[in-house]
Design a protein around this ligand. Structure first.
Ligand code: KG4
Ligand code: ZN
Length: 375
């Protein structure tokens, strides 16, 4: 079964064709990041305009890339002949951006008479883990975590979704039986990365630049000193009663520390890198701490992480080591970094397992969708 997925929730325009919920035949992503670097953040109107312009070219490219042996003059015919369903991320996200993908998917469904599958973008982040081939480090996982015969995700699973706007932990008894466990009380983990990165004057998108600087700093200090990075608070980590997170205090703490030090222009490159490492450590430790507590409580067979922040190397390492260290035989799964951030392959993969088709008349963009659906 081949599903064509569309993802336009934020600043990407992505189309992908995925076979049987695991084989990516194509995954094309256009971003408008060049515009946002200039403004230091996303201007929704600009992102949506660019997405309208990119949608058809990206769609064409995805179809041509998926079927390289077919004549490429008639793209509609290719979709008609080869695609079983159209899937689209219908929320959460920016309304103008969402509308581009949703209306395109509805049009394809209507004109080509294909079933339409609306997909929750946050759930799709989890499903990036079903994409094959397996990410390398998964195969390197220590013997306690995943026996080689057991490298497939099995239920029940705990899934941590860490994106730019959301931080949620859910318990999956099956593909369709999903229970919300905890989330952030204020900023999302990605937001914490981005906002603090801005304070340190890193260019947009901050998270990735901050994490690069942090990794560089960490690579220069001896292994034993890794643990000593604890300049910034890990709110709620002492509170045994909750598995929630809180990240909003981090910005203030970083700002105070910077004021205490010097003005940004005077801070040396090494100090900036050190702050970056301390910030990354505070966010990662918070995420890992509650994840491990949840794993001990729920004893899942698999622990899954997804969303843009799951591209973070330090988070993957600490989560994997932490989960392995529990010695509960829990398999740890994180997507290939290119499938951590927004992409349509995850949408098409998710649609395969949540094959809930809807008439196009009933599919609407939902900017405020939560991981558990509409409020
Ligand atoms: O899932 P995503 O691509 O888009 C949303 O759904 O929001 O997540 C984007 C978030 C941004 O906050 C970005 O800074 C963060 O993921 N991010 C990272 C890294 N790569 C992306 N944060 C930390 N380390 C990274 N390597
Ligand atoms: Zn996302």
């Amino acid at each position: 079964m081949k599903i064509l997925g569309i993802e336009t929730t934020c600043d990407e325009t992505s189309v992908s064709i995925v076979e049987d919920g695991k084989h990516v035949l194509s995954n094309i992503i256009a971003t408008s990041i060049d515009l946002h670097i200039k403004t230091g953040g996303i201007i929704p109107e600009q992102a949506a305009r660019r997405q309208i312009e990119s949608m058809i070219p990206v769609l064409n490219e995805a179809i041509v890339a998926a079927f390289p042996k077919e004549p490429t003059t008639n793209h509609q015919q290719l979709i008609s002949n080869h695609i079983d369903s159209i899937a689209v991320a219908y929320g959460p996200g920016l309304i103008g951006s969402l509308l581009v993908g949703v209306e395109t998917a509805k049009t394809l469904s209507y004109v080509l008479n294909k079933p339409l599958i609306p997909v929750n973008h946050l759930i799709a982040h989890i499903y990036a883990n079903w994409i094959e081939p397996l990410a390398d480090y998964r195969l390197q996982s220590t013997e306690n975590a995943v026996a080689s015969s057991q490298r497939a995700i099995s239920f029940p699973a705990l899934a941590l979704v860490v994106s730019g706007g959301h931080t949620d932990l859910v318990f999956m008894k099956s593909h369709t039986d999903i229970e919300w466990i905890s989330g952030t009380r204020d900023d999302a983990a990605g937001e914490a990365f981005d906002k603090t990165a801005r304070l340190l004057d890193f260019p947009y998108p901050g998270g990735i630049h901050l994490s690069r600087a942090a990794d560089e700093y960490i690579s220069q200090i001896p292994n034993s000193q890794f643990q000593e990075l604890d300049l910034f608070p890990r709110p709620l980590s002492e509170d045994e009663k909750t598995l929630d997170w809180s990240f909003s205090g981090l910005k203030t703490a970083v700002l105070r520390e910077m004021e205490r030090a010097k003005t940004i222009e005077q801070l040396s490159n090494e100090t900036i890198q050190q702050y970056a490492a301390e910030i990354q450590e505070a966010i990662v430790d918070s995420l890992v701490d509650k994840s491990l507590k949840a794993a001990q409580k729920y004893k899942p067979k698999s622990f899954i992480v997804g969303g843009g922040v799951s591209a973070n190397k330090r988070l993957r390492e600490k989560l994997r080591n932490g989960i392995d260290g529990l010695r509960l035989g829990i398999g740890f799964f994180a997507p290939e970094p290119k499938y951590s951030t927004d992409n349509a392959a995850a949408i098409a993969t998710c649609a395969f397992y949540h094959n809930q088709t809807k008439p196009w008349q009933e599919v609407d963009a939902k900017p405020n969708l939560t991981i558990m659906g509409e409020k």
